[in-house]
Ligand binder design. Structure first.
Ligand code: CMC
Length: 455
């Protein structure tokens, strides 16, 4: 299957592919309960590309079974037209377009439009979209007082979770999820305000004054200026750095049903407002197994410190009695290579060159670590490759971001993915509240034990 998809992607793609609807259930699979000898059929639904799914929606109602899949390794939680990943072939498509082409030829705002609307924008459409986003970048002034309630040494992701959740207390005119116009406004507000919120989190941690957005700047430029400018002097934006940030945003914009996106969908399935849902997504992203990995990679590289110590850390990563893992390595879906990592590896060299950094010890260390790990049977057998987080931190550090801001940048970029999935979910007629079931392994019913008779 993987080879078939990779081959089909090498063929020239039509400029504008017609949207294809998933086929109605035709095939079935038969399940036999070998305890009773009874069999029943389950419908199979074919995807446009990628694995078909067994439709188990009526499994419990008709046959009194749940499925069991901790970590959802084999479970499709929804139908989606936004992003396709073929982990075996290392393919990532947004609305059908390969990520490498988008990273090379598009801007982040174009990719936002594509994810939200399903098509690349025309010149007029992108101008209107850019105007809408640019004119929502300012925050209600009272939100600044929120920041002052945090400790200066608070992790900026803690601030992000709090402030983004608080947006629902400020923008009441875009929290009615039944109103399509309000949904658009909320989506644009989230994409537009996220860089402002992120930059303010950074400014607050440094004790510098907040810098307001400027409407004559692009998305990445504005973010860089709000983060690094000070009122006392002119801030010159390096076009190479702005392009690198824009590219990092493109590469992190969406990634199908990952933990944080699934969190946003589940939170939204109850009818919660989009600001609260995205705050939930940020909380999920923060974990080191997900978006927090980019911060953890830098901490790991600094801890390793010297190429001579790489074997020691490889040994630890392979030791089942040691909780240490190679951060930035491995992925639930990619089992060949992460296409985002390849783009970022090249970007890393480009950014360092443009900043005049001839020798970056952490990059040398990272490349050597990658080389040694990729020759090691443990990593080869388990198909563990560098993921998107392996090289991004080196670029961000070179630009001047502290490690604590790395996951914040991921959150800024992923907001469009969260919002696109949230909209798709609300518009999906099959949408119901997300409510998984369980395999209960606890006590059988038993009598209450009064305090005096316990222990
Ligand atoms: N270092 C050492 N061993 C690893 C690693 C690693 N980074 N990743 C997986 N393994 C081993 C794991 O111990 C297991 O071995 P065994 O089969 O002997 O028990 C096998 O590989 C499969 O791992 P898993 O934990 O069952 O795989 P998963 O799909 O549940 O987890 C992952 C995927 C990304 C959480 C995991 O690879 C990991 O923890 N990587 C490091 C953290 C990281 O870089 N996360 C960023 C992910 S990409 C960006 C994003 O999605 O946010």
């Amino acid at each position: 299957m993987a080879k078939k998809i990779a081959k089909s992607l090498r063929r020239p793609l039509p400029a504008k592919a017609a949207p294809v609807q998933p086929e109605k259930p035709r095939a079935t699979v038969t399940v036999t309960d070998n305890r009773t000898g009874k069999s029943f059929d389950l419908p199979v639904i074919d995807a446009v590309i990628g694995p078909s799914v067994i439709d188990v929606r009526k499994l419990y109602g008709d046959h009194d079974f749940f499925t069991y899949d901790p970590g959802f390794t084999s479970t499709g939680s929804c139908e989606s037209k936004i992003t396709f990943i073929d982990g075996e072939a290392g393919v990532l498509l947004h609305r059908g377009y390969p990520i490498q082409e988008l990273a090379e030829r598009s801007t982040f705002l174009e990719v936002c439009y594509l994810l939200l609307q399903g098509e690349l924008p025309t010149r007029t459409q992108i101008e209107v979209f850019r105007h809408d986003i640019t004119h929502h970048t300012m925050l209600h002034e009272q939100i600044a007082t929120f920041y002052r309630g945090f400790r200066r040494d608070a992790h900026p992701m803690a601030v992000m979770v709090g402030v983004v959740g608080a947006l629902s207390a400020f923008y009441h005119d875009s929290t009615d999820i039944q109103d399509p116009h309000q949904r658009v406004v909320a989506s644009h507000r989230l994409i537009a305000k996220m860089p402002t919120i992120a930059a303010m989190a950074y400014k607050y941690s440094t004790g510098q004054p907040f810098i307001y957005p400027r409407n004559d700047l692009g998305y990445a430029e504005n973010f860089l200026r709000m983060t690094f400018a000070v009122p006392a002097e002119e801030y010159k934006i390096s076009p190479a750095v702005a392009r690198a940030i824009d590219r990092i945003f493109i590469l992190h914009a969406d990634h199908e049903q990952n933990a944080s996106t699934s969190t946003v969908r589940i939170a939204g399935s109850s009818g919660a407002n989009p600001f609260a849902c995205v705050a939930a997504g940020i909380a999920s992203l923060w974990g080191p197994a997900h978006g927090g990995a980019n911060e953890a990679v830098l901490a790991m590289l600094r801890e390793i410190g010297d190429k001579k110590r790489i074997p020691e850390f490889i040994k630890r990563a392979k030791d089942k009695n040691d909780s240490f893992r190679l951060m930035g390595f491995g992925h639930r879906v990619y089992k060949n290579h992460d296409p985002r990592a390849s783009v970022l590896r090249q970007s890393c060299h480009d950014v360092l060159d443009s900043l005049g950094i001839r020798h970056e010890p952490l990059l040398d260390l990272a490349m050597e670590l990658e080389r040694i790990a990729l020759e090691d049977d443990y990593f080869v057998e388990r198909k563990l490759f560098p993921n998107v987080d392996f090289y991004s931190g080196i670029i961000l550090q070179a630009i001047g971001f502290p490690t604590s801001m790395f996951t914040v940048l991921f959150a800024v970029a992923r907001t469009v993915g969260w919002v696109a999935h949230w909209n798709e979910m609300i518009e999906d007629p099959a949408q119901r509240i997300g409510r998984p079931r369980q395999l209960y392994t606890g006590h059988l019913p038993r009598r209450y034990v009064p305090m005096g008779k316990r222990g």
